[in-house]
Design a protein around this ligand. Structure first.
Ligand SMILES: [Zn+2]
Length: 372
């Protein structure tokens, strides 16, 4: 992003810049495009602008109607009405914390216990994202949550990849999976997920993550599994600094080798963490709607996203949970436009941050870069 921002500043002196590049038609065309993008009156074409979502949980992003339909097969939940399902899939208005918010995942996890259902919900998520012009989607899920009926890790991971591949063949979207490990479970369990997922690396799986409630100092428990994950070839992103503890971000980077941070908004309260993220250019996977909902911030205007952007931190914009947070990439961009008067050229910077932060090869990034 720093690059993009520098360029945006440079073109303020349009005539001077133009004079300098007069004899280079390619650069001239590029400059023209930037000037157009720098037009302060230009609003973002929300539906059609290309999007990248790097932080999206599968179990928080199921279609309400699908959950309702598939719950009919589970006796315990078969009598729930669509209205009841809908209300249980979103946290109560007085949701006071991340822990409250996490209760909304009970029904999705209940239905995600068969190969067919896992493949279906994965396909539908990619389909929904493709329809709002998401070009690249990294979906994360915790395989540990899908073993209630005895599915193997192989079956669980293969099923969601199958759903993704089906969507990729039908729509102009590419994806990858991130294997999350639940923080409240043991480090041995995390290591098991990491070892079982190896065969899918670079074949549908690109990274591992730690998620769930965020206690202070959680990192020490997971040093060993993350060290092994890195050795095996996983990229590492960690949920940290989502709920008030900036120090967890430092730990995630220094102790666990995180290349990206999920949320990280509480680096605002920890100078060391802030400087580390900035100096090491660690991309933050920002999910504004989710942060408002969990009261990480009280409203969009108070979200540090835009301050981070202006200060040269590599922010990316993401959904977190499309259903549980009632959001889409379109909404996240729209809310940022409303709260910060985000301009199209600034959105493009953020898109390009996402390209750089994506767990993809150079060639794959080149393709995404050209889409905007
Ligand atoms: Zn998340």
């Amino acid at each position: 992003m720093k690059k993009g921002k520098t360029k945006a500043v440079k073109i303020k002196g349009k005539n001077k810049a133009k004079g300098k590049i007069k004899r280079n038609p390619t650069m001239k065309a590029k400059l023209k495009r930037k000037i157009k993008n720098n037009d302060s009156n230009q609003s973002i074409d929300l539906q059609n602008i290309p999007k990248i979502d790097l932080h999206c949980h599968l179990d928080g992003s199921l279609r309400e109607t699908t959950v309702f339909e598939l719950l009919k097969d589970i006796e315990k939940y078969s009598n729930l009405t669509l209205g009841e399902v809908k209300s249980q899939l979103t946290p109560p208005a007085d949701c006071s914390s991340l822990d409250d918010y996490l209760k909304s995942f009970e029904l999705p996890i209940a239905i995600m216990q068969t190969k067919e259902n896992l493949e279906r919900v994965s396909f539908e998520l990619f389909e929904d994202a493709a329809k709002e012009n998401v070009k690249y989607l990294e979906v994360r899920f915790a395989p540990q949550n899908h073993k209630m009926n005895g599915l193997s890790y192989d079956d669980i991971i293969q099923s969601v990849i199958d759903g993704m591949r089906k969507a990729e063949s039908k729509y102009d979207i590419k994806g990858n999976y991130i294997l999350s490990c639940m923080r409240h479970l043991s480090s041995e369990s995390a290591l098991e997920v990491i070892e079982e997922g190896v065969k899918f690396l670079e074949n549908g799986v690109v990274a591992t993550d730690l998620c769930g409630g965020e206690p202070l100092g959680f990192a020490s428990k997971f040093v060993e599994p993350m060290k092994i994950a890195k050795k095996l070839g996983y990229h590492i992103t960690i949920h940290a600094g989502e709920t008030g503890i900036g120090k967890n971000v430092t730990d995630a980077i220094e102790m666990l080798g995180a290349e990206r941070i999920g949320h990280g908004i509480f680096i605002t309260t920890d100078k060391e963490a802030y400087n580390l993220v900035k100096d090491k250019k660690i991309p933050l996977e920002i999910c504004p709607t989710s942060n408002v909902q969990t009261h990480g911030v009280e409203n969009y205007k108070e979200h540090p996203l835009y301050d981070f952007y202006k200060d040269g931190i590599d922010v990316t914009l993401n959904t977190d949970n499309r259903t549980v947070s009632n959001t889409t990439m379109t909404r996240e961009i729209k809310e940022s436009e409303l709260a910060f008067n985000l301009k199209e050229n600034e959105y493009r910077d953020i898109y390009l941050n996402s390209v750089e932060a994506a767990f993809l090869s150079k060639e794959e990034k080149d393709i995404l870069r050209k889409k905007i």
